[in-house]
Write a protein that binds this ligand. Structure first.
Ligand SMILES: Cc1ncc(COP(=O)(O)OP(=O)(O)O)c(N)n1
Ligand SMILES: Cc1ncsc1CCOP(=O)(O)O
Ligand SMILES: [Mg+2]
Length: 220
């Protein structure tokens, strides 16, 4: 059985943007502010360092078992760290093979950059993928190679198709406090942020502001 997964406010970490603060400290503050899921992402870390980073984040959330920790790209690290799942993109290991390594009890996220990507994801064996990351909603300096944004209308269409196929959908790319409500209004199950929290002077306050923008009634 998969762990509970509430992606309402999904933090994807960036070690450089968190610096000089330890990533685990930023994550802990952001979760206290309303982040509901965390993805450990460090494109410059060795596998060894990514493993240590993931363990540090898990330890920092030891009292928050309700907040899943997902590893970006590295299924080996996710398994070794006992993480709740892994997120892969179109150029990473194929989702079916990652699922075979992960087993049935962990979450698998897959990036979707087009209607074709989504159609391919929906043809995978049932239970392969849990959530698609619609990417990017807006162009973003955090990942310039992600290219131009899909736009809100296209994201809304992808969300409807993902839901019809039984998948959760989250939106990522260029989402900040000013855009979070519009991104959430597409019908996504959650919004993902990197710089809006990792580069914030006060990650707790940044998360609380995002959370209030996304789900005003549920805001703490
Ligand atoms: C939730 C979520 N969606 C999309 C991405 C992007 O993944 P990918 O395309 O593999 O790019 P990198 O993050 O590996 O640079 C994501 N990480 N999370
Ligand atoms: C990892 C990733 N995948 C698509 S866009 C992106 C980065 C999003 O960063 P930000 O929230 O700072 O725009
Ligand atoms: Mg990737």
């Amino acid at each position: 059985m998969r762990p509970p997964f509430d992606p309402t406010l999904y933090l994807v970490t960036d070690t450089e943007l968190c610096s000089p603060r330890p990533v685990a400290d930023v994550v802990r503050a952001a979760v206290a502010g309303g982040v509901t899921a965390v993805q450990v992402r460090d494109k410059h870390a060795s596998r060894r360092d990514l493993l240590a980073l993931t363990r540090a984040v898990r330890d920092a959330l030891a009292d928050r078992p309700d907040v899943p920790v997902v590893v970006n790209d590295a299924v080996d690290v996710a398994l070794l760290a006992g993480a709740d799942g892994v997120h892969v993109g179109q150029d990473d290991l194929p989702a079916v093979e990652v699922r075979a390594l992960l087993g049935p009890d962990r979450l698998l996220g897959l990036s979707v950059e087009s209607a074709d990507d989504l159609a391919t994801a929906l043809r995978l064996p049932p239970g392969t993928v849990d959530v698609v990351g619609l990417s990017p909603v807006w162009a973003t300096p955090t990942k310039p190679e992600a290219g131009p944004g899909l736009g809100l209308e296209a994201v809304g269409e992808l969300v409807r198709t993902a839901h019809a196929g039984g998948l959760l959908a989250v939106a990522i790319g260029g989402i900040d406090a000013g855009r979070a409500a519009a991104a959430a209004a597409t019908g996504v199950d959650g919004v993902c942020v990197v710089s809006a929290v990792c580069a914030a002077a006060d990650p707790h306050a940044a998360a609380a502001t995002l959370r209030a923008a996304i789900s005003p009634a549920a805001a703490r």
